[in-house]
Design a protein around this ligand. Sequence first.
Ligand code: HAM
Length: 420
Amino acid sequence: MKYARIKGTNDIYGDEISYWYTIEESAKKVAKLYGYGEIRTPIIEPTELFIRSVGEETDIVQKEMYTFEDKGGRSITLRPEGTAPVVRAFIENSFVNKGFPQRYFYIGPMFRYERPQKGRQRQFHQVGFELFGSESPLADAEIIHLAVKLIKEIGLSKFKVVINSIGCEKCRPKYRDALKQYYAKHIDEVCDDCKRRYDTNILRLLDCKVDMEIANKAPKSTDYLCGECKEHYENLKKHLKMLDVEFEEDHKLVRGLDYYNRTVFEIRHELLGAQSAIAGGGRYDKLIEMMGGQSVPALGFAMGMERLIIAMKAEGVKIEPALVNHVYIAHVGDVVETALKIAEDLRRQNITVVMDVMDRGLRAQLKHADRIGALLTVIVGENELAEDIVIVKDMESGEDSRVDINFVVDFVLDKLNEIL
Ligand code: HAM
């Protein structure tokens, strides 16, 4: 084979597309229910945007970005995530003048140079939601509730919500110190990455997969929260209970991006194995200001579409097929004009019609109708047409009906109503 797709990317087609439609339509439906408008940002952004926002010391920036120089000598990066671009758009287009809160969602491809494995791609797709302008824990509850609603709308039920609060710039230094003291005693037991992170990103040591017992016994961020962060976190939990959102608390949840403060959360699927996070998010109250905008609190989450699909398949979620070929029009002899007219009359009734364009014999046409799963085939033939008749074949039973040409549309509609 001469050309193969890039490792960690996928061609998506055929029956698989139905899963993508289900997620996209569910996302749009839920976005509408909560008043989120769509935003579409470019796939390429200045590299600096991600270094500043996601964080110099994160895995994404250190190892995973697709970065290249364009012909004008600028450093460009394929977006590894969606929050930084939306924040850039927010600042650049002066969204701040529109008043608050503002709610946005997006759907699209993201790129990270990770080691491909089940649920981990180099080009993957996210659905994300971002809410700007509210500091209230009610906004955190809305975002988490929305995420759960969307996952249920997609048809999933075997998941759990995990939350934590990592505090703010006032209380986090104390927590960091506590972690440093604790990990100083265990530095020989953690992985090489974590030894490096000890100085640069101590919170990430809680994520170390080498010896989880060490992290389990580490100091908890929630024990170090300042009064305001504590109250915020308690109120979030109260609101989640009001909304009947079940959740677990996990002090080891710190997330891999630097912009978070206070609330962080993940939604994990039971049947997914190592890459179990189907959604992740949290607050990023300082990001907009840090990126050169005004001081605007914000929060959001994104979910991985490939992982959602693995979960849908694992749970056996029933989905609507993306395409049902209702009617195939077969025609033999000098009857094209009538065949075209029937096709158009049917399409006007929102019926999917596939018409033969290969000038093949009837047998070959019927074979093709079968292959594309047509429910009915309208056969337009010279002999029948001389009597103002066409034949409608039920492809499942094989039964033929002779139908007056003036009543084809009504007949097909009735028949489809019976079948569907
Ligand atoms: P994230 O946790 O890096 O957060 O990604 C969100 C979700 O994207 C993950 O939970 C996972 O389902 C999916 N995902 C991430 N990397 C891959 C990959 N290599 N292959 C397949 N799926 C993947 C963010 O990206 C934040 N921007 C979320 C956010 C929005 N926070 C606030 N607003």
